[in-house]
Design a protein around this ligand. Structure first.
Ligand SMILES: [Zn+2]
Length: 142
């Protein structure tokens, strides 16, 4: 962790405070380009947008995948006020971003939340119908 990393994390934390002040969950992120310039900033807007996916990390990952070349994306660093959740981590894995630097760890966030405020797992049933389900997938990945 360099002093530049800490400076940029402080900006992500400020974005988190802005999200909270605007009526949203307190999370913020920014994306630093390969040349050291901030390419984009985002705040959580899941309440005001009425969108459960409006996490700043996911919004930036979608933006980067849409707007940046794979080479540029690989040279970026995301700074985020909290360790990305499972949804955002999945998007980040698909985005091709180079690195993520976070402030609060998931375990630290959990300690700050009252008990019972997490998200219960949705029961999943499967696998099933392999012979039918494999048909549209077979050959797709080369
Ligand atoms: Zn998330």
């Amino acid at each position: 962790m360099t002093t530049d990393d800490e400076r940029l994390l402080r900006r992500a934390i400020a974005l988190a405070a802005e999200a909270r002040a605007g009526g949203n969950p307190p999370f913020g992120s920014l994306l630093l380009g390969p040349d050291g310039r901030v390419l984009a900033e985002e705040r959580n807007s899941s309440v005001t947008d009425r969108d459960i996916t409006a996490h700043p990390e996911l919004k930036l990952a979608r933006w980067a995948a849409r707007e940046l070349s794979p080479e540029t994306a690989a040279g970026t660093t995301m700074y985020t006020s909290c360790e990305p959740c499972g949804m955002c981590a999945g998007a980040l894995a698909r985005s091709g971003l180079g690195r993520v630097v976070f402030a609060l760890a998931t375990e630290q966030l959990t300690e700050l939340r009252p008990p019972g405020t997490g998200f219960p797992a949705v029961p999943a049933v499967g696998p099933a119908l392999f012979d039918e389900a494999r048909v549209p997938v077979a050959g797709y990945y080369g």
